[in-house]
Design a protein around this ligand. Structure first.
Ligand code: GDP
Length: 296
Protein backbone atom coordinates (compact mmCIF):
# COMPACT_ATOMS: atom_id res chain seq x y z
CA UNK A 1 0.00 0.00 0.00
CA UNK A 2 1.52 3.29 -1.07
CA UNK A 3 0.73 5.39 1.91
CA UNK A 4 2.80 8.43 2.61
CA UNK A 5 2.66 8.94 6.32
CA UNK A 6 0.76 11.90 7.62
CA UNK A 7 3.84 13.05 9.45
CA UNK A 8 5.81 13.28 6.20
CA UNK A 9 2.97 15.05 4.45
CA UNK A 10 2.54 17.60 7.19
CA UNK A 11 6.26 18.16 7.37
CA UNK A 12 6.03 19.14 3.71
CA UNK A 13 3.01 21.40 4.24
CA UNK A 14 4.68 23.19 7.08
CA UNK A 15 8.13 23.46 5.59
CA UNK A 16 7.68 27.10 4.83
CA UNK A 17 6.50 27.74 8.37
CA UNK A 18 9.55 26.42 10.16
CA UNK A 19 10.48 28.77 12.97
CA UNK A 20 7.22 30.70 12.93
CA UNK A 21 5.81 31.05 16.45
CA UNK A 22 2.08 30.59 16.13
CA UNK A 23 -0.13 28.59 13.81
CA UNK A 24 -2.52 30.86 11.96
CA UNK A 25 -5.90 29.96 10.51
CA UNK A 26 -4.68 29.68 6.92
CA UNK A 27 -1.80 27.34 7.82
CA UNK A 28 -4.05 25.16 9.91
CA UNK A 29 -6.65 24.99 7.16
CA UNK A 30 -4.01 23.77 4.75
CA UNK A 31 -2.76 21.17 7.22
CA UNK A 32 -6.28 19.99 7.92
CA UNK A 33 -6.73 19.10 4.27
CA UNK A 34 -3.87 16.61 4.65
CA UNK A 35 -5.16 15.36 7.98
CA UNK A 36 -8.61 14.79 6.50
CA UNK A 37 -7.19 12.86 3.55
CA UNK A 38 -4.93 10.74 5.70
CA UNK A 39 -7.75 9.79 8.06
CA UNK A 40 -10.09 8.90 5.22
CA UNK A 41 -7.32 6.87 3.63
CA UNK A 42 -6.91 5.02 6.94
CA UNK A 43 -10.62 4.13 6.66
CA UNK A 44 -11.88 6.41 9.39
CA UNK A 45 -15.60 7.05 8.98
CA UNK A 46 -16.33 10.45 7.37
CA UNK A 47 -18.49 11.63 10.27
CA UNK A 48 -15.67 10.89 12.65
CA UNK A 49 -13.16 12.65 10.37
CA UNK A 50 -15.33 15.73 10.34
CA UNK A 51 -15.55 15.91 14.09
CA UNK A 52 -11.85 15.21 14.59
CA UNK A 53 -10.77 17.81 12.08
CA UNK A 54 -12.95 20.41 13.69
CA UNK A 55 -11.58 19.64 17.16
CA UNK A 56 -8.00 19.65 15.96
CA UNK A 57 -8.48 22.95 14.08
CA UNK A 58 -9.96 24.56 17.15
CA UNK A 59 -6.95 23.63 19.22
CA UNK A 60 -4.36 24.35 16.53
CA UNK A 61 -5.34 27.83 15.39
CA UNK A 62 -3.37 30.37 17.37
CA UNK A 63 -1.47 27.65 19.22
CA UNK A 64 2.08 28.46 20.14
CA UNK A 65 4.31 25.85 18.55
CA UNK A 66 6.29 24.05 21.21
CA UNK A 67 9.98 24.78 21.00
CA UNK A 68 11.04 21.20 20.58
CA UNK A 69 8.63 20.57 17.71
CA UNK A 70 8.19 21.68 14.13
CA UNK A 71 4.74 23.09 13.32
CA UNK A 72 3.94 19.81 11.53
CA UNK A 73 4.89 17.75 14.57
CA UNK A 74 2.83 20.04 16.73
CA UNK A 75 -0.28 19.45 14.62
CA UNK A 76 0.40 15.70 14.61
CA UNK A 77 0.64 15.80 18.39
CA UNK A 78 -2.81 17.39 18.59
CA UNK A 79 -4.27 14.92 16.08
CA UNK A 80 -2.77 12.06 18.07
CA UNK A 81 -4.18 13.33 21.36
CA UNK A 82 -7.63 13.76 19.84
CA UNK A 83 -7.51 10.24 18.36
CA UNK A 84 -6.57 8.76 21.73
CA UNK A 85 -9.28 10.71 23.51
CA UNK A 86 -11.81 9.58 20.92
CA UNK A 87 -10.93 5.96 21.58
CA UNK A 88 -11.09 6.47 25.32
CA UNK A 89 -7.92 7.03 27.23
CA UNK A 90 -6.51 4.20 29.28
CA UNK A 91 -7.70 0.65 28.88
CA UNK A 92 -10.86 -0.88 30.15
CA UNK A 93 -11.11 -4.47 31.22
CA UNK A 94 -13.87 -6.91 32.09
CA UNK A 95 -16.31 -5.81 34.77
CA UNK A 96 -16.67 -8.78 37.09
CA UNK A 97 -19.90 -9.50 38.91
CA UNK A 98 -19.96 -9.30 42.70
CA UNK A 99 -22.02 -12.47 42.67
CA UNK A 100 -20.26 -15.00 40.44
CA UNK A 101 -20.45 -16.28 37.85
CA UNK A 102 -19.68 -13.23 35.72
CA UNK A 103 -21.63 -13.69 32.51
CA UNK A 104 -19.92 -12.60 29.31
CA UNK A 105 -21.84 -12.83 26.05
CA UNK A 106 -19.85 -12.69 22.83
CA UNK A 107 -21.87 -11.47 19.84
CA UNK A 108 -21.05 -10.59 16.25
CA UNK A 109 -21.28 -11.66 12.64
CA UNK A 110 -20.21 -15.09 11.47
CA UNK A 111 -16.50 -15.22 10.84
CA UNK A 112 -15.75 -12.22 13.05
CA UNK A 113 -13.78 -14.46 15.37
CA UNK A 114 -16.17 -15.11 18.27
CA UNK A 115 -15.38 -18.76 18.86
CA UNK A 116 -11.64 -18.13 18.68
CA UNK A 117 -12.08 -15.16 21.01
CA UNK A 118 -14.09 -17.22 23.50
CA UNK A 119 -10.99 -19.41 23.85
CA UNK A 120 -8.55 -16.52 23.92
CA UNK A 121 -10.52 -14.66 26.55
CA UNK A 122 -10.96 -17.82 28.60
CA UNK A 123 -7.24 -18.41 28.50
CA UNK A 124 -6.50 -14.81 29.51
CA UNK A 125 -8.91 -14.94 32.44
CA UNK A 126 -7.59 -18.33 33.52
CA UNK A 127 -4.12 -16.81 33.68
CA UNK A 128 -5.60 -14.14 35.95
CA UNK A 129 -6.75 -16.84 38.35
CA UNK A 130 -10.37 -17.14 37.18
CA UNK A 131 -12.12 -20.43 36.46
CA UNK A 132 -13.93 -19.81 33.18
CA UNK A 133 -16.51 -22.03 31.55
CA UNK A 134 -17.13 -21.75 27.80
CA UNK A 135 -20.76 -22.19 26.71
CA UNK A 136 -21.64 -23.30 23.18
CA UNK A 137 -24.77 -21.43 22.09
CA UNK A 138 -24.15 -21.37 18.35
CA UNK A 139 -26.51 -24.12 17.28
CA UNK A 140 -26.66 -23.20 13.60
CA UNK A 141 -23.19 -23.07 12.13
CA UNK A 142 -22.04 -26.54 11.26
CA UNK A 143 -19.20 -27.56 13.52
CA UNK A 144 -19.37 -24.46 15.73
CA UNK A 145 -19.81 -26.56 18.86
CA UNK A 146 -17.02 -28.90 17.85
CA UNK A 147 -14.78 -25.91 17.13
CA UNK A 148 -15.36 -24.52 20.61
CA UNK A 149 -14.64 -27.93 22.12
CA UNK A 150 -11.38 -28.20 20.20
CA UNK A 151 -10.32 -24.73 21.30
CA UNK A 152 -11.26 -25.46 24.91
CA UNK A 153 -9.41 -28.74 24.94
CA UNK A 154 -6.21 -27.08 23.80
CA UNK A 155 -6.54 -24.58 26.61
CA UNK A 156 -7.73 -27.12 29.18
CA UNK A 157 -10.92 -25.17 29.76
CA UNK A 158 -14.33 -26.75 30.41
CA UNK A 159 -17.09 -26.43 27.80
CA UNK A 160 -20.81 -26.53 28.38
CA UNK A 161 -22.80 -27.86 25.45
CA UNK A 162 -26.26 -29.32 24.91
CA UNK A 163 -25.82 -30.11 21.24
CA UNK A 164 -27.85 -28.28 18.63
CA UNK A 165 -31.35 -29.43 19.55
CA UNK A 166 -32.02 -26.94 22.36
CA UNK A 167 -32.64 -23.23 22.07
CA UNK A 168 -29.76 -20.84 22.73
CA UNK A 169 -31.78 -19.34 25.60
CA UNK A 170 -32.11 -22.74 27.29
CA UNK A 171 -28.45 -23.57 26.73
CA UNK A 172 -27.34 -20.20 28.10
CA UNK A 173 -29.52 -20.56 31.20
CA UNK A 174 -28.35 -24.13 31.81
CA UNK A 175 -24.71 -23.08 31.42
CA UNK A 176 -25.12 -20.57 34.25
CA UNK A 177 -26.59 -23.21 36.55
CA UNK A 178 -23.79 -25.57 35.57
CA UNK A 179 -21.19 -22.89 36.39
CA UNK A 180 -22.80 -22.26 39.76
CA UNK A 181 -22.64 -25.88 40.75
CA UNK A 182 -19.15 -26.44 39.33
CA UNK A 183 -17.44 -23.46 40.86
CA UNK A 184 -16.85 -21.64 37.55
CA UNK A 185 -16.72 -17.92 38.32
CA UNK A 186 -16.94 -16.74 34.69
CA UNK A 187 -19.11 -18.01 31.85
CA UNK A 188 -18.16 -17.01 28.33
CA UNK A 189 -21.09 -17.53 26.00
CA UNK A 190 -20.32 -18.10 22.34
CA UNK A 191 -23.45 -17.07 20.42
CA UNK A 192 -24.44 -17.64 16.81
CA UNK A 193 -23.58 -15.18 14.09
CA UNK A 194 -24.93 -14.70 10.60
CA UNK A 195 -23.29 -13.49 7.45
CA UNK A 196 -25.38 -10.34 7.68
CA UNK A 197 -27.37 -8.72 10.44
CA UNK A 198 -30.93 -10.04 10.43
CA UNK A 199 -33.99 -9.64 12.64
CA UNK A 200 -34.14 -13.26 13.71
CA UNK A 201 -30.56 -13.27 14.93
CA UNK A 202 -31.04 -10.03 16.80
CA UNK A 203 -34.20 -11.31 18.46
CA UNK A 204 -32.43 -14.47 19.55
CA UNK A 205 -29.60 -12.46 21.08
CA UNK A 206 -32.08 -10.15 22.81
CA UNK A 207 -33.84 -13.24 24.21
CA UNK A 208 -30.57 -14.65 25.57
CA UNK A 209 -29.75 -11.27 27.06
CA UNK A 210 -33.12 -11.03 28.84
CA UNK A 211 -32.86 -14.59 30.10
CA UNK A 212 -29.40 -14.45 31.65
CA UNK A 213 -28.80 -10.70 32.22
CA UNK A 214 -25.13 -10.74 31.20
CA UNK A 215 -22.55 -8.56 32.95
CA UNK A 216 -20.82 -7.96 29.64
CA UNK A 217 -22.05 -8.09 26.06
CA UNK A 218 -18.96 -7.80 23.94
CA UNK A 219 -19.31 -7.24 20.23
CA UNK A 220 -16.61 -9.06 18.28
CA UNK A 221 -15.75 -7.09 15.16
CA UNK A 222 -13.43 -8.07 12.32
CA UNK A 223 -11.21 -5.03 11.90
CA UNK A 224 -10.55 -5.98 8.26
CA UNK A 225 -14.16 -5.30 7.26
CA UNK A 226 -13.74 -1.54 7.04
CA UNK A 227 -16.79 0.67 7.07
CA UNK A 228 -19.09 -2.36 7.25
CA UNK A 229 -17.84 -2.81 10.79
CA UNK A 230 -19.24 0.60 11.64
CA UNK A 231 -22.75 -0.27 10.43
CA UNK A 232 -22.67 -3.65 12.14
CA UNK A 233 -21.60 -2.05 15.41
CA UNK A 234 -24.33 0.56 15.20
CA UNK A 235 -27.02 -2.11 14.72
CA UNK A 236 -25.79 -4.50 17.42
CA UNK A 237 -25.45 -1.64 19.87
CA UNK A 238 -28.90 -0.24 19.21
CA UNK A 239 -30.53 -3.65 19.70
CA UNK A 240 -28.41 -5.03 22.53
CA UNK A 241 -26.84 -2.05 24.25
CA UNK A 242 -23.44 -3.75 24.23
CA UNK A 243 -20.93 -3.06 26.99
CA UNK A 244 -17.80 -3.17 24.88
CA UNK A 245 -16.07 -4.13 21.67
CA UNK A 246 -13.38 -6.65 20.79
CA UNK A 247 -11.48 -6.05 17.58
CA UNK A 248 -10.11 -9.11 15.84
CA UNK A 249 -7.57 -9.61 13.07
CA UNK A 250 -5.54 -6.57 13.97
CA UNK A 251 -2.55 -8.55 12.74
CA UNK A 252 -3.83 -7.82 9.24
CA UNK A 253 -2.76 -4.79 7.26
CA UNK A 254 -5.75 -2.65 8.14
CA UNK A 255 -4.89 0.85 9.30
CA UNK A 256 -7.59 0.57 11.92
CA UNK A 257 -9.64 3.61 11.02
CA UNK A 258 -12.82 1.58 11.08
CA UNK A 259 -11.98 0.39 14.57
CA UNK A 260 -11.71 3.87 15.80
CA UNK A 261 -15.02 4.73 14.21
CA UNK A 262 -16.70 1.78 15.95
CA UNK A 263 -15.75 3.34 19.27
CA UNK A 264 -17.14 6.66 18.14
CA UNK A 265 -20.52 5.43 16.85
CA UNK A 266 -21.23 3.11 19.78
CA UNK A 267 -19.63 5.15 22.55
CA UNK A 268 -18.54 1.81 24.02
CA UNK A 269 -14.96 0.98 24.98
CA UNK A 270 -12.79 -1.32 22.91
CA UNK A 271 -11.63 -3.82 25.50
CA UNK A 272 -9.48 -6.39 23.73
CA UNK A 273 -7.79 -7.02 20.42
CA UNK A 274 -7.23 -10.27 18.56
CA UNK A 275 -3.83 -10.16 16.93
CA UNK A 276 -3.47 -13.55 15.27
CA UNK A 277 -4.89 -17.03 14.82
CA UNK A 278 -3.09 -18.58 17.79
CA UNK A 279 -5.05 -18.86 21.03
CA UNK A 280 -2.52 -16.71 22.83
CA UNK A 281 -2.91 -13.89 20.31
CA UNK A 282 -4.97 -11.55 22.45
CA UNK A 283 -4.12 -8.17 23.95
CA UNK A 284 -5.91 -5.62 26.03
CA UNK A 285 -6.65 -2.68 23.78
CA UNK A 286 -4.37 0.34 23.92
CA UNK A 287 -5.86 3.50 22.35
CA UNK A 288 -2.45 5.16 21.98
CA UNK A 289 -1.05 2.27 19.95
CA UNK A 290 -4.09 2.36 17.72
CA UNK A 291 -3.71 6.11 17.22
CA UNK A 292 -0.13 5.68 16.04
CA UNK A 293 -1.26 2.95 13.69
CA UNK A 294 -3.99 5.12 12.19
CA UNK A 295 -1.56 7.99 11.72
CA UNK A 296 0.93 5.69 9.97
P1 GDP B 1 -16.89 -16.91 14.43
O1 GDP B 1 -17.71 -17.36 13.26
O2 GDP B 1 -17.22 -15.48 14.78
O3 GDP B 1 -16.98 -17.79 15.62
O4 GDP B 1 -15.38 -16.85 13.95
P2 GDP B 1 -14.16 -17.88 14.21
O5 GDP B 1 -13.70 -17.80 15.61
O6 GDP B 1 -14.52 -19.20 13.67
O7 GDP B 1 -13.03 -17.20 13.31
C1 GDP B 1 -13.14 -17.07 11.91
C2 GDP B 1 -11.75 -17.14 11.29
O8 GDP B 1 -10.98 -16.02 11.67
C3 GDP B 1 -10.95 -18.36 11.74
O9 GDP B 1 -10.25 -18.87 10.63
C4 GDP B 1 -9.99 -17.81 12.78
O10 GDP B 1 -8.78 -18.55 12.84
C5 GDP B 1 -9.74 -16.43 12.23
N1 GDP B 1 -9.37 -15.46 13.28
C6 GDP B 1 -10.01 -15.17 14.43
N2 GDP B 1 -9.38 -14.20 15.13
C7 GDP B 1 -8.29 -13.86 14.40
C8 GDP B 1 -7.23 -12.89 14.58
O11 GDP B 1 -7.15 -12.11 15.55
N3 GDP B 1 -6.30 -12.83 13.58
C9 GDP B 1 -6.35 -13.64 12.48
N4 GDP B 1 -5.41 -13.52 11.56
N5 GDP B 1 -7.32 -14.54 12.29
C10 GDP B 1 -8.28 -14.65 13.22
Amino acid sequence: MAFESLTTKLQETFKKLRGKGRLNEKDVKEAMREVRLALLEADVNYKVVKELVSKVSERAVGAEVMESLTPGQHVIKIVNEELVSLMGSGQSSIVFSKTPPTKIMLVGLQGAGKTTMAGKLGQLLKKQGKRPLLAACDIYRPAAIKQLQVVAEKLELPVFSMGDKNSPVDIAKASISYAESNNNDVVIIDTAGRLHVDEELMQELVDVKEAIKPDEILLVVDSMTGQDAVNVAETFNSKLDITGVILTKLDGDTRGGAALSVRYVTGKPIKFAGIGEKLTDIEVFYPDRMASRVLG
